[in-house]
Ligand binder design. Structure first.
Ligand code: ADP
Ligand code: ZN
Length: 212
């Protein structure tokens, strides 16, 4: 199964992608996590990506398409995958299609801009493995420590209120048109993000055909 998770920053697509990944035993591919890792390691494209990411803008299509191509060529992707944060522009979607990849379903997790602004202010991410938490809605067991790898959880630089506004604008301008793109292909299904993560998860699993 090949799935795309679509949603504004902070709508919870990463969290839901993790759940689907566990349920269907297919890898979650997060271009955001791959890019942050590259920035941390100071690789060539990490340096190029950093400026755009810190400003809440998109990294160039060329770079992310290259990253994605390499990642899906790995052996764990043979039985499918969940794309979390890719495609984010129509040209990226066209690139997938040009690679001959047929997507089974595009799941949109919808949350209003207003809610997103409050959610992102409480978000924490693990600096080692990228797992995502929220101080109120999804706290780690020990404050400041990742449940999965004992890494340190930190506030992402682009979760500051000013950058969040820019990220939302970028989403509406460049990514939201994908709803139309995949809607026309009959692949789009929208799930309304609930206040409780577990409630959203139920809807998401149902949408991908897993009875929880
Ligand atoms: P979020 O969805 O919460 O904004 P991500 O972790 O998915 O966060 O992405 C963080 C940043 O990485 C984005 O703001 C953007 O700069 C960059 N990025 C991630 N995926 C893509 C992509 N497919 N195309 C362009 N830029 C991307
Ligand atoms: Zn971790």
């Amino acid at each position: 199964m090949k799935l795309i998770l679509l949603g504004a920053p902070g709508a919870g697509k990463g969290t839901q992608a993790e759940v689907i990944s566990d349920a269907l035993k297919i890898p979650q591919i997060s271009t955001g996590n791959i890019l942050r890792e590259a920035v941390k390691n100071g690789t060539d494209f990490g340096l190029k990506a950093k400026e755009a990411m810190d400003a809440g803008k998109l990294v160039s299509d060329e770079i992310v398409i290259g990253i994605l191509k390499d990642r899906i060529a790995e052996s764990d992707c043979e039985n499918g995958y969940i794309l979390d944060g890719f495609p984010r522009t129509v040209p990226q979607a066209e690139a997938l299609s040009a690679m001959g990849i047929s997507i089974d379903k595009v799941l949109e997790v919808y949350v209003s801009d207003e809610k997103i602004e409050s959610r992102l202010s409480g978000r924490r991410v693990c600096e080692s493995c990228g797992a995502s938490y929220h101080i109120e809605f999804k706290p780690s067991k020990v404050d400041g420590v990742c449940d999965k790898c004992d890494g340190k959880t930190i506030i992402r630089k682009d979760d500051s209120p000013e950058v969040v506004k820019d990220r939302l604008k970028t989403y509406h301008d460049q990514t939201a048109p994908l709803k139309d793109y995949y809607g026309k292909l009959g692949k789009l299904e929208t799930v309304i993000g609930q206040d409780e993560v577990a409630d959203t998860t139920k809807l998401v699993l149902k949408a991908v055909g897993v009875n929880g």
